[in-house]
Design a protein around this ligand. Sequence first.
Ligand code: NAD
Length: 357
Amino acid sequence: MSTVAVLAGDGIGPEVTRAAVRVLRAVRPDVRCEEVEVGGAAMERGDPPLPARARHLCERSVAILFGAVGLPQYEGLPLEERPEHALFTLRHSFDLFANLRPVRVYPGLEPASNLKPAVIEGLDFIVVRELTSGIYFGQPKELRMTEGGEEAVDTMYYSAAQIERIARVAFALASSRRSRVTSVDKQNILATSGLWRRVVSDVARDYPNVALDHLLVDNASMQLIRRPKDFDIILTENMFGDILSDEAAMLTGSVGNLPSASLGTGISSGPVFGMYEPISGTAPDIAGRDIANPTAAILSAALLLRHSLADENGARRIENAVERSFAAGARTADLREQGAPSLTTTAFTDVVIDHLK
Ligand code: NAD
């Protein structure tokens, strides 16, 4: 029996993860879901953000279903003392370098977006974000006191090998879709982007059927609003991907809609260990009220089936159930039109489970 480690975390994490586990169990009752506390939930019991028992559970699981971590009371502390440290440790220790963020506008959800329906109708692209390097991990990274006063430094670092492996993921994915990769960098300013553009262009030669173009990140952020339907795969580094995918989420009407998969090596050759989670945070402003949108968590469970259990049928069943639920008018508060009624997290999940049948 396959075991999935369920790390729900803080804020809305437990609410949306509960929804995802219910859907996963309905589709695959044979998968064992084992839960353990991480982040602020673990720290409140006197444990570190990623307790040893959580790490051990992940090591003996086929995948991690993750909620979100981070609580207001820990803001301002060094990263190692914050709940978010659990997330960075997991990404790094399992070398989950390939972060896939599918962006889709489901039929009927167009009014939830701030953009005109014609601009976003049928939108369907994937952000492929490098996740274990770049400015979030480069050293030195510190706040320090000098004779001139306080200063801080972050380091943006990429090796050619790190760029090549994420580029190969993007081109392989594009080959199974509309065969177009848009690589996003800041080549006019950053040395890492110069290397990025050169390595991505070299990798492209191995995929002659895939069209490659390059955009500077500032232009990419404009084109995402102007002509989002032109994108198939957006390939980019860690921080640019973090920012652009939140922008992309809003094309779909809510950050609560976007799932993600973080995968390690072997992704092109079959099922692979991965961590699956909504792209949003813990949403402390709505936590504990059963009103969060669980779509991202539910769709993350679909990605888990696809990439870690090689269960394409199960993944599609979940995605189709979400699509049909939206088509039937089911909406959580973040997606409802003005004056229209909305469903709780639990009630929306019930509708999705009904549509699995
Ligand atoms: P956030 O994503 O938690 O919330 C931003 C806004 O989006 C809020 O108004 C929130 O209510 C709304 N929102 C988010 N998810 C939603 C959902 N499923 N349904 C409806 N509305 C939703 O970002 P934030 O407020 O900047 O961060 C809150 C905390 O989360 C911080 O501590 C941050 O460090 C942490 N965080 C964690 C992760 C993660 O665990 N992967 C990612 C981002 C932020």
